[in-house]
Design a protein around this ligand. Structure first.
Ligand code: BES
Ligand code: MN
Ligand code: ZN
Length: 484
């Protein structure tokens, strides 16, 4: 990872280091207030000569004398000016790092808008997953964002600090998702949670025996197929002073989803190490929460277990009883996420929070409906949903609401138990069914369910990160918590 820090303009005069500007398709450069008008015009002219079109992902190079020295200038495309928001800057900054990481040691970025997004893009774009192999070390070590005066200095400093905090969290979530499934046992995730204790954070790990006492039969049912012990992890952040609000974030932590006895085909299993991405997001938030300092008490809960067809695995036809007493008929052991979340949500509701947000790689159906760039959101509370949607807009992590259609409730009515874990009507509204099922366990509390099955794991490299774990929803959660 590179570091991103502020740089005073006068430092640029001291040497001929490379600088970076952002440009739109209309031939204009983005607000780089530090660039004198004449230099800006000369640069735009020169870049035009180099064939720079300002298209997204485009990078051009020119040699030019600015700030008293002849130097190399990189121009990065933002796409069309109309509609170019923070995300255009984030992606452009990420592309820049991709292009220069093996070439230049440091660059100074001339930009005076969307600073946090620029810093995030630089950092996110430099992420590499290196727990098992270290490739060649990057040449690029540092990017600097140039400021001209005291006022912009503090803006740049704040942007760099906020970006670094968020990206630190995102990168933990990425690392955890990318890790091999056998190397991220439920207990090891619980240990990681424990390592966040101190400075306002306390951690309680509910192991099998205690989960039995608490009546977490749905969670324990899924865990039966694995030799590895499950862990229901409960972290609590308490703000200094009297935080009146209490919220809970809840993650699905299936450390590998084989489907259980309703075994998945080999190809569908290939990426199922990602099935703990919800838990990874919760852990990621707690890694930085003491520095984020939200004003509310925050409970972070995740249900961690493998879903495997071991000798004592739960079976289709089994009836499980969740912590709130509801009985569930299992028709398909591959619909395990809603089962472990049932108990995690009961535990969350027991804390009597004003808001519960769960994150889960819950359904393949959400990938069909919304693809890999947009997560599905379902809620029993329009006010809370509005806040989560607003936070996701600030983070540029798109969400789309799916309706919890009451008519479909009948489809998960059990024959011998209260609920079914899949719909009687196959192939219809799979993500909504998942949401309707989860709603049964939130005790009527305001709740939002985010189905991140499409967004948590990327099949292709992107400007702000390689294929694999994306850290989906982490920045949305941080935005939401910071605004409480
Ligand atoms: N973990 C999967 C969902 C998933 C699919 C996540 C693709 C990431 C990418 C989940 O546990 C699952 O298997 N869901 C089933 C539900 C079905 C049996 C009702 C599915 O989507 O097929
Ligand atoms: Mn499954
Ligand atoms: Zn799953």
């Amino acid at each position: 990872m590179i570091t991103v820090k502020p740089l005073p303009l006068k430092a640029l005069h001291a040497d001929g280091r490379d600088v970076v500007v952002f440009g739109y398709e209309d031939g204009t450069l983005a607000g780089a207030k530090v660039l004198p008008g004449a230099a800006k015009a000369a640069l735009a002219q020169k870049l035009k000569g180099e064939g720079f079109k300002g298209k997204a992902k485009e990078i051009a190079r020119a040699e030019l004398e600015i700030f008293g020295k002849s130097r190399r200038v990189y121009a990065v495309g933002l796409g069309p000016r109309k509609g170019a928001g923070a995300e255009a800057f984030r992606r452009a900054a990420g592309s820049l790092v991709g292009a220069l990481r093996a070439k230049r040691e440091r660059v100074a970025v001339l930009c005076s808008e969307n600073l946090q997004a620029v810093a995030e893009g630089l950092l996110l774009g430099s992420y590499k997953y290196e727990e098992y192999k270290k490739g060649d070390a990057d040449v690029l070590k540092e990017a600097q964002i140039v400021f001209a005066d005291a006022g912009s200095r503090s803006a740049v400093e704040k942007a760099c600090a906020k970006a670094a905090l968020g990206v630190e969290a995102v990168c933990l979530a990425r690392d955890l998702v990318n890790r091999g499934p056998s190397d991220k046992t439920p207990m090891s995730l619980a240990e990681l949670a424990r390592s966040f204790s101190g400075s306002g954070v306390s951690v309680d790990v509910i192991e099998r025996e205690q989960a039995e006492t608490l009546g977490m039969g749905a969670f324990l049912g899924v865990a039966r197929g694995s030799a590895q012990p499950p862990a229901m992890v409960h972290m609590v952040y308490k703000p200094k002073g009297a935080g009146k609000n209490r919220v809970a974030i809840v993650g699905k932590g299936i450390t590998f989803d084989s489907g259980g006895l309703s075994l998945k085909p080999a190809q569908s299993m290939e990426s199922m190490k990602c099935d703990m991405a919800g838990a990874a997001a919760v852990l990621a938030v707690f890694k930085v929460i003491a520095r984020l300092k939200p004003k509310a008490e925050v409970h972070g809960i995740f249900a961690a277990t493998y879903n495997l067809p071991g000798p004592d695995a739960y079976k289709p036809g089994d009836v499980l009883k969740a912590m709130n007493g509801k009985t569930i008929e299992v028709w398909n052991t591959d619909a395990e996420g809603r089962l472990v979340l049932a108990d995690a949500l009961c535990l969350a509701a027991k804390q009597e929070p004003q808001a519960i947000v769960d994150l889960a790689t819950l359904t393949g159906a959400v990938v069909t409906a919304l693809g890999s760039s947009v997560a599905g959101a379902m809620s029993n509370n329009p006010r809370l949903l509005g806040r989560i949607l607003a936070a996701s807009k600030r983070a540029d992590e798109p969400l789309w609401e799916l309706p919890l259609v009451e008519d479909y409730k009948d489809n998960i009515k059990g024959n011998v138990a209260e609920l079914l874990n899949i719909s009687k009507v196959r192939g219809e509204a799979g993500s909504i069914i998942g949401g309707l099922f989860l709603r049964e366990f939130v005790g009527g509390r305001p709740w939002v369910h985010l189905d991140i099955a499409g967004t948590a794991f990327a099949d292709n490299d992107g400007p702000c990160g390689p294929k694999g774990g994306t850290g989906a929803a982490v920045r949305t959660l941080l935005e939401w918590l910071a605004a409480l």
